[in-house]
Design a protein around this ligand. Structure first.
Ligand code: HEM
Ligand SMILES: CC(C)=CCC/C(C)=C/CC/C(C)=C/COP(=O)(O)OP(=O)(O)O
Length: 316
């Protein structure tokens, strides 16, 4: 267990320029966490598409681009602030800043400029509501989660998960310039999905987080506690995932697809709970059920939103 009383702060020791001169396009792209934001952007596009009225195709594309750039910019600010801990963890040491391929100030300027650009363009192209939620999500992820919660509480993900849950509301607001039950339900689904998504990964990345002094749940409360929390949140998620059906915003297709996905997620969480490897309170890094649950979480969210799209758009 780590001493959580003195969270690490960025030290400024990585202010070296890129190894081979200026960073290449590859480094600039890597700062945007492209793989992670692909799913974030998909949920945002889904929020826009399930709304009763669509914006024109150019405005729709600009909205998707702004969510993409805004989420990526928040990721760049996250990587700038986390450069000290990213240099300690095996999973993140290859990132452009700790690897010395990206000057740290350049990453910060890039993140801030792209954040402002994405919000202003979205405002001009759509409305203040959509732009305001995007601005709040960027602030929430880069300041509230990254600079505060991540290093100070094991509940970091539970609260910080809100940042990644806003894109469906941004998409809907871009289409409608108003809010409704369905986008709020989509927010709640992503919000409640985040703990089982992340805690599954944190079970097998626990040593890294411990080494970096980050109070992730398995580091502070142990693996058994985390396994129970994954199961509890999975149950809550499965209940909330059916809210769109209960409020008659979707039909049988979504309900069937989501019920099957829910069943699979519960089975994953039960397997994670029953994993005996840490019965002595020690978590090993080769946690196969947790690795599977993490991958399943990604498929779950993608397919659930596909179900929603099929139900609301194709079969409407
Ligand atoms: C605070 C909330 C979240 C945390 C702390 C979190 C954490 C993580 C971490 C640590 C990884 C591994 C990334 C890597 O190895 O570079 C990851 C992967 C991923 N996350 Fe999350 N996540 C969160 C929310 C989300 C949300 C809201 C989405 C999408 C809606 C998402 C989608 C993904 C995807 C697609 C990957 C896989 C990336 C790959 O294949 O490399 N995450 N997440
Ligand atoms: C529109 C908008 C701003 C959306 C935000 C999107 C968002 C919150 C994505 C979160 C995804 C993510 C990789 C979190 C990891 O945080 P981490 O820093 O704990 O993970 P790390 O250790 O891999 O850096």
């Amino acid at each position: 267990m780590s001493d959580m009383t003195t969270p690490l702060a960025p030290s400024g020791v990585f202010s070296v320029p890129g190894k081979d001169g200026d960073p290449s396009l590859r480094e600039w792209l890597a700062l945007l966490k492209p793989r992670v934001i692909s799913l974030v952007v998909f949920t945002g596009a889904a929020g826009m598409a399930v709304a009763p009225h669509w914006p024109s195709i150019p405005i729709g594309l600009i909205t998707i681009l702004c969510i993409c750039i805004g989420a990526g910019a928040a990721g760049a600010i996250n990587m700038w602030y986390d450069r000290d801990i990213d240099a300690i963890m095996k999973r993140t040491v290859v990132r452009p800043i700790p690897d010395g391929r990206m000057p740290e100030q350049a990453a910060l300027v890039y993140g801030v400029v792209l954040s402002v650009l994405s919000v202003v363009v979205l405002w001009l192209a759509t409305n203040a509501l959509a732009a305001g939620i995007l601005a709040f999500s960027i602030f929430f992820y880069s300041v509230i989660y990254t600079m505060w919660l991540k290093r100070s509480t094991p509940q970091n993900i539970v609260i910080g998960g809100a940042a990644g849950a806003f894109p469906p509301m941004i998409g809907w607001a871009a289409s409608m310039n108003s809010m409704a039950v369905l986008p709020v339900a989509m927010f709640a689904i992503v919000f409640l999905w985040t703990p089982p998504h992340f805690w599954s990964l944190s079970l097998y990345a626990c040593k890294d987080y411990d080494k970096a002094g980050i109070p992730m749940l398995p580091v502070v409360k142990g693996a058994r506690h985390t396994r129970w929390q994954i199961l509890i949140y999975t149950f809550i998620l499965t209940a909330v995932s059916l809210v769109p059906s209960v409020v008659h915003e979707v039909g049988l297709t979504y309900t069937i697809v989501t019920s099957l996905l829910d069943l699979g997620f519960i089975l994953c969480a039960v397997r994670v709970l029953n994993d005996k490897q840490d019965a002595e309170g020690v978590s090993l890094t080769k946690d196969k059920p947790a690795r599977f649950a993490f991958r399943y979480s990604l498929a779950y969210l993608f397919l659930l939103f596909c179900g929603l799209l099929v139900d609301r758009v194709l079969l409407a």
